[in-house]
Write a protein that binds this ligand. Sequence first.
Ligand code: ASP
Ligand code: MG
Length: 393
Amino acid sequence: MSQSSITDKPIVVQKYGGSSVADSEHLLKVAKRIVKTRESGKHVVVVVSAMAKATDDLLARAREVANAPSRRELDMLLSCGERASMALLAMAVHELGHEAVSLTGSQSGIMTNDRHSGARIIEVRPLRVEDELARDKIVIVAGFQGVSYKREITTLGRGGSDTTAVALAAALGAEYCEICSDVDGIYSADPRIVDGAELLEAIRCDEMLELAAHGAKVLHPGCVEIARRSDVRLYARATARSGGGTRVDSIGDPERTSPSGVTAMRGLVCLRSESADALLRLAEAESIAVLHFSSEGDSGALWFSLANQHDWPAVRGRVLALGNVTIQEGLGAVSIVGEGFGQSASNLMAIRTIARDTGKTLLGTSTSPLRATIYCEEDTADLLLPLLHEALS
Ligand code: ASP
Ligand code: MG
């Protein structure tokens, strides 16, 4: 075997989502796409998600045996989804006559903090990946997982494989990183739900971060954070195509006058208490990631998503036992993101009028310079998404 160095060719990082590796047929198509890039003279590092519904199935199995599964054991379990796809994909690449090796997140040096089910990447030490690239192999990494300094396996939160990909691209100095999925790129709203959603040619990292943190599933927030502070060239594009898609960078599309996107969230919970500080202590003790916090005088409200709170039944019991915190579940939010959107009173009046005209109860509004969010019931969020998109585009 020829011993080459990793500086002889540019490195490309490609991430394939769950629907792109759903079954053997899809895996073979992905293997061909990888080989095509390899044969164009690049080193290829691939990050894979678990196959289609594999993560949901593993979660459901955990819930069958435990009402509030241990966070540590859950991470051990959920990390298996990606391990299955990385090994199968490596085999599919071998079949095409190329050398490939699969590596777990921990073998790839993805070092995280110890917050199980929602860990943050602290550092990437990709020594093993570099060694394999130097042996001229295609490296296939299991997404969504890492290892803490205490040597515990952690996962990065639902959708976290995107973050693995960008973190590796930054650490390896990759030429670019593509996040490949069954949609063509980033749309002004989820095209599977909103007719007339528009494919964006480019979006700024800070706007994308607001969208990702408020429900846009196309990119994981952590991946956009890393892209923003490194200079990784990032694209969201279709697995079925070799180019196109949306560029995510610091410039975006300066020509754009309408908001970049509208997004909705379901599965939110609001905790309220006479003591805002007590809410924060509670969130800290229970490792709840805060989506929105507000206080007035001493009292406060804290909103969070159940997406990565897999032990909520147990946490809920402990919250109720405190006696001084009320819990409201089944909530949602709709957010509109665009340059200066949240700074304009007329924008805020317009969206509140549209929302109020539905006759539904609104639970609150919050803004940042780039965003306005309306908090409401889950079903109201679904209703408002297309209405606001239609009104604003
Ligand atoms: N398999 C994980 C999930 O379903 C992570 C990912 O796909 O990025 O959320
Ligand atoms: Mg995803």
